[in-house]
Design a protein around this ligand. Structure first.
Ligand SMILES: Cc1cc2nc3c(=O)[nH]c(=O)nc-3n(C[C@H](O)[C@H](O)[C@H](O)COP(=O)(O)O)c2cc1C
Length: 376
């Protein structure tokens, strides 16, 4: 019996499960761990602080900034924070950049500011050469009223918890009517649920069983509160839904980051058990589909994803991206074909985001890095 099994199996009756449930649900944590936009010294820094609230793959925050003036900055991908194994084309990293720009554009209006964003001012980045800026951003005084979603930017989070109700089609249609630019790209899927569960589960297991992709998650896993606070990035137990006593026990007594624990069949089984529990509570999924698959499509999809997610949050609806089946490595290719067939994807079309959507408890809020560490 190893240390983890011993802890969980010996007298800790609250944890009377054969495998640890890494995704167990418990309370909420609304404390802010992200930079406060209003507290920043200049309009450029306020805008960056708004953008930092955006979702991004593995929470690596692959973002860096060259501040040109108090109101203008260049926005780059931080190449030291990309995910070469799970995101070999850098498609997802670009989506995270788009989400950053949309969070910024919406968020700054709550401070009486507006953002002029010019994408790829020095030409489009290819998936490989990431040295060119993604955008130049100029902040001006807002003449209009704030965006309807401005105050929600700071509230947004990914929720990997089980969902108690779906995003109803009528609500979805109302959102599209409010934000018509989303119409061509966004789909709500609330049929073929068993097939979708099977694809999402199969792809997740394939990613976890592929040593190099699982290792990438291990590298970005923050094993305890000290590490989470020190790095201000990455994925962690509470982000996956494990809080309270169970979190404390695991973080204190189990070295989940060790190779032996991380790659063990027990860990795989417990992660899959928690993942499936949340997955099977899902009654609606959303997909963002583009006609082509260029870096511009990626950034635009990120912008659209952020807008859609924040608009849904107005009704208490959270999203949880399930990217495994969309990823560009061979071990998940069969799941991508299955998902493409199910959604009727044709020609050059690409599913950029696929997420479950529904009502959940308020999730734990993931950290962000300190703003000064992102400035060149
Ligand atoms: C392009 C992209 C892909 C993502 N894929 C996944 C995923 O497959 N599974 C998951 O749990 N979260 C996924 N996420 C969510 C991120 O992990 C999440 O945004 C990040 O950890 C920060 O947390 P927050 O969204 O709660 O602020 C994805 C986010 C983006 C932008």
């Amino acid at each position: 019996m190893n240390r983890r099994d011993f802890i969980l199996g010996s007298g800790v009756t609250v944890l009377s499960v054969s495998a640890i449930d890494l995704f167990a649900i418990s309370g909420t944590d609304g404390k802010s761990r992200r930079p406060d936009p209003a507290a920043q010294a200049t309009p450029a820094l306020k805008a960056i602080a708004c953008g930092l609230h955006a979702p991004n793959p593995h929470n690596t925050q692959a973002w860096k900034f060259q501040v040109l003036t108090k109101t203008k900055f260049l926005f780059f991908i931080d190449e030291t924070r990309i995910l070469p194994m799970t995101d070999p084309t850098t498609r997802q990293v670009h989506i995270g950049c788009g989400a950053f720009l949309e969070a910024l554009a919406i968020g700054v209006t709550s401070l009486g500011l507006t953002a002029k964003i010019s994408l790829f001012p020095e030409g489009m980045t290819s998936g490989k050469d990431l040295s060119l800026p993604i955008a130049v951003v100029e902040i001006e005084k807002l003449q209009d009223k704030p965006h309807a979603l401005a105050d929600l930017i700071r509230e947004r989070s990914t929720s990997r918890l089980p969902y108690t109700r779906p995003w109803e089609r009528a609500e979805f249609e109302q959102t599209l009517a409010l934000y018509p630019r989303l119409k061509d790209q966004v789909r709500l899927i609330n049929t073929s649920l068993p097939a979708l569960y099977g694809i999402a589960k199969g792809a997740m297991e394939a990613e976890m069983r592929t040593r190099r992709t699982s290792e990438e998650s291990r590298i970005w896993f923050r094993a305890n509160p000290k590490e989470i606070a020190k790095h201000g990035d990455g994925i962690s137990l509470p982000g996956l839904g494990t809080t309270g006593a169970k979190r404390w026990l695991l973080e204190t007594f189990v070295d989940l980051k060790s190779h032996d624990e991380w790659f063990s069949e027990n860990t795989l089984a417990s992660v899959m058990q928690g993942f499936e529990k949340s997955l099977r509570s899902t009654r609606s999924f959303v997909a963002l589909v583009t006609e082509e698959n260029s870096p511009l499509d990626w950034v635009q999809s990120g912008r659209d994803y952020l807008l859609l997610q924040t608009a849904a949050l107005q009704r208490g609806i959270y999203f949880h991206p399930l990217s495994q089946a969309l990823q560009e490595f061979p071990e998940v290719a069969q799941f991508q074909s299955q998902l493409n067939d199910l959604l009727g994807i044709r020609d050059q079309q690409k599913i950029q985001m696929f997420a479950r959507a529904g009502l959940s408890e308020r999730p734990w809020k993931a950290h962000r890095r300190k703003i000064e560490n992102l400035i060149l």
